[in-house]
Design a binder for this molecule. Sequence first.
Ligand SMILES: Cc1cc2nc3c(=O)[nH]c(=O)nc-3n(C[C@H](O)[C@H](O)[C@H](O)COP(=O)(O)OP(=O)(O)OC[C@H]3O[C@@H](n4cnc5c(N)ncnc54)[C@H](O)[C@@H]3O)c2cc1C
Length: 502
Amino acid sequence: MECDVAIIGSGVGGGCVALSLADTGARILILERGQRLPREPQNWDPEAVFVENRYRTTETWYDGAGNSFRPGQFYYVGGHTKVYGTAMFRFRERDFDGVEHAEGSSVPWPIRYAELEPWYAQAERVFGVHGKAGDDPTEPARSGPFPHPPIPHEPLIGEVFERMRAQGLHPAHMPAAIDFHAGGTCIRCGTCDAFPCKIGAKGDAETRLIDPSLKHPNVELQTGSLVTRLLTDDRGKRIVAAEIDRGGEKLTVKARLFVLSAGAINSAAVLLRSADSKNPAGVANSSGLVGRYYMNHNCTAIMAVTPWRQNHTRYPKTLTLNDYYFGGDASDKPLGNLQLLGKIEEPMLRGALPNAPKWSRAWLARHSVDWYVMSEDLAQRDSSVVLRSDGAIQLNWKRSNLQSHRKWVEVAKRLLKETGFPIVLSKPFGTDTPSHQCGTARFGTDPAASVLDPHCRAWDHDNLYVVDASFFPSSAALNPALTIAAQALRVGAHLKIRLNQF
Ligand SMILES: Cc1cc2nc3c(=O)[nH]c(=O)nc-3n(C[C@H](O)[C@H](O)[C@H](O)COP(=O)(O)OP(=O)(O)OC[C@H]3O[C@@H](n4cnc5c(N)ncnc54)[C@H](O)[C@@H]3O)c2cc1C
């Protein structure tokens, strides 16, 4: 098989580049290991999604101690956005500059916020983001308003918003990519975060990027195509082909340009697996940094219980609080972000509260307002993705900044109590869920200290770009999808200019 541009992975990064190049006439082939996620009744069934794990991969990974686990990975057209929670945040200006934390500093980015701002604006338009500027004191400068007005708070959330304001806090409308406005298709089904959308009303990479790209006759999508390796020329410099496994059949795809976007963990694995005599440590890895500096976020779920009132909210993800993002009056070092989580249902509590009677879990779920507390994970060289001798992925996540995260959880619990929730329960997210994975092929200005240049081009290979969250040198403390999209759109525009050079 032969094409001009081979894009590996159909998530946010791969989809944004496909969309950017779709109108060039270049023959673009998107190689995706998964299939389209079926629209079926189970999409919205917590039992199927959380208890049966119907959509989660069945592959086995290993942690640093050699323990096996089934990772929270979802391989479908559209990648992880098929189940994401639709929160579409811009990172803050200071996140790009390097921030001092209690346990170290975050690494400055090779580009500043101002450079990414126009691409953030375009990413918001492409994903149809709803939001409202002006309430959040940490909000970065914007060149224009959000494409759509904010998703209105439902009654209980609106009351919490007002109570927080009365406490002198600055709650803000959460930027969200659901199709909820006059003429929109979202019906606020009552699921969303962690659930696929049965009616295509979530702004995910399949509906917003891949399907529009496929309207161009020069763009093709091949599902069930697992890229195992990249092959280089005699000098080891040019990528000439991708080796794929399609249902046990081995094929190669030749292209002039390769865009790798398999997710931060799998992209590192592909690069490492591609080691050859000219690139013995793996493709793009003369720095030895591929797979290193793996980051996720430090996250904890909080259930704030209203014993005297049921929570009937259908789409809770309308409120966020960043007063403590850089510490506020609680700390001289950054703490993080607080945002509403998708509504917790009884089946989701079975893992956390296996011995509690079902009625008590159901009561808790009916009476809780559910929150997501997020803190930055700092880049550490030994936090890594490596391949075991049997080829399986080993994820050595060395967590960092936990002191600040624990402090942030305590501050958040206190402020929720002051906001009128007498019972506040918390549980950290498990380490088997690399939802916000990033950092495994960092971009930078020094080829010895980074894998990619500031346009995500591999320093070692002129015709290889990596556009998923691998490029992040730091993780900030906000959800990553909009930042991945903004940079991939920026790279797409750069590639449009360079296309004839490959
Ligand atoms: C439950 C959940 C909720 C989330 N909520 C939010 C949120 O509200 N806001 C937010 O910003 N972020 C959220 N995230 C994170 C967000 O979804 C991801 O950061 C983002 O989708 C990553 O995009 P990506 O393109 O980098 O990678 P991915 O989405 O991982 O895409 C990679 C694609 O490559 C394919 N692939 C992998 N390996 C190969 C291979 N070897 N060959 C071919 N194809 C391959 C995969 O199947 C996938 O389609 C959430 C994640 C989860 C799991």
